[in-house]
Write a protein that binds this ligand. Structure first.
Ligand code: FES
Length: 156
């Protein structure tokens, strides 16, 4: 059977490769937006590859286990960022984008992991390394410097 006829008869021309074990690429059908609270207006300042968070305004980061998300525009591109307050390592910041299908990730403090909110549920440790799921690469982790009431995140 010729390739064109095979595609016609089987419909394989539009199928995507299953990467989540559900028979379809299910992550592409899912909005992938997490329930992580958004950092309050006025609490995020971006300048020259550096984000400064005013921790006085972000109550969701007051306690270990908390997390917030926000977006900045860097060189015309939107960069989504997740900041967590982890029990053992304090404040950590990550690109909020699963490397499988670019859906958001969330901090699951009870398990001390980051997990993609999509059906694939890729999991990452707090260093950003993949521990489970279809994600092909680690998530980007940013350098964080905690100074008094400010958290400075370096995106360079
Ligand atoms: S987008 Fe598929 S596992 Fe994250």
């Amino acid at each position: 059977m010729k390739r064109r006829n095979f595609i016609k008869t089987t419909g394989m021309g539009t199928a995507t490769i299953c990467t989540c074990g559900l028979g379809i690429n299910s992550c592409s059908m899912f909005s992938g937006v997490s329930k992580t609270p958004v950092a309050p207006e006025g609490s995020v300042h971006y300048s020259e590859n550096q984000v400064t968070l005013d921790l006085k305004l972000i109550t969701d980061l007051n306690e270990p286990g908390g997390s917030v998300k926000f977006e900045i525009t860097q060189y015309g591109e939107i960069v989504k960022i997740l900041v967590i307050n982890s029990e053992e390592d304090g404040f950590q910041a990550y690109e909020n984008k699963c490397t499988h299908g670019e859906r958001e990730i969330e901090y699951r403090s009870e398990d001390k992991i980051l997990r993609c909110v999509s059906f694939g549920h890729s999991k990452y440790d707090l260093d950003g390394r993949v521990t489970e799921g279809p994600a092909p690469a680690p998530i980007k982790k940013f350098f964080v410097n905690h100074q008094d009431d400010n958290l400075i995140i370096s995106l360079a």
